[in-house]
Design a protein around this ligand. Sequence first.
Ligand SMILES: Cc1ncc(COP(=O)(O)O)c(C=O)c1O
Length: 323
Amino acid sequence: MATAEVGDDVWREDPTVKALERTVAERFGKAAALLVPSGTMANQIALMVYCRPGDEVLLAPGSHCIAYEGGAAAALAGVQPREIGDAQMLFGGADLRRALRPANIHYPPTRLVWLENSHNRAGGAVFDLDAIDEICAVARSAELTVHLDGARILNAAIALDRPVDALVEHVDSTSLCLSKGLGAPVGSVLIGSAAFIESARRYRKMLGGAMRQSGILAAAGLYALAHNVERLRDDHAHARLLAAAIDRAEGLTLRNPQGRTNIVLFDVVEGDAADFVERCAGAGLLISAVGDQTLRAVTHLDVDRNACLRAAETLCRVAGQQS
Ligand SMILES: Cc1ncc(COP(=O)(O)O)c(C=O)c1O
């Protein structure tokens, strides 16, 4: 990062940003890419490119763009979300087909189908290739656009053992977070057609996300893509280890035993999650509450196998004191 060659990216003069955008676009099999400061901005820009206020977006329950972005989808993009799918918080082509409605002035015009892969709130659940392709086929037959929130798309690709371009082949556009499992300090990338990225560039400017010498951030992104992708497998293995310990622990219930990526969701059987978080923090373990009784733990490159074993031991001890 310290030696990155930089220029003014607002004027498209930063060679390192351009190299990152080219690298990501090629890897994802799309025409163009755009560095933005955060996953939230990537999501909101995608909504703004495709939708006008009042347009409907079909998406899985608990999708990050509506559940965890401070109300931006309503306040900035002005979209009306409709959740579709099952108790596992995913949906398939048949769910999408059922959700389609004939044109009628009483309904908001459906504009966009939104995927999130892996799905954060569903415990890092993965839409597999067949599901994505079927959803895209149904969307295409209804002349709907498909955007995929790919904050953790490389986790999904690793879990499915497929190259990432295969996972996004049929979606119109997608994104990638550099600052989650990949370990870079800042940044997300939007990826799609040249026209999508050109429009996204204007919304990025509107939102104040166009940066100057951002090559220092892009350099970290290039490093992460070169060094930190295959090792996502370790994060997944560590999450399974943590999940197995939680499954055995008295006083805790594992919510996503079928989890394949780096997120573990679990419930405290008695008491509330906020209290459990506090007692874990007192014992040196940081986790977050995502519901009254539900907690979420995420593995990443700063937490090795030994740290996960210690975390598992702490969780079991704190839960034991509770029950
Ligand atoms: C699926 C998903 N999309 C988008 C985001 C937003 O990313 P950021 O925190 O960089 O704004 C997150 C953050 O956790 C996420 O899980």
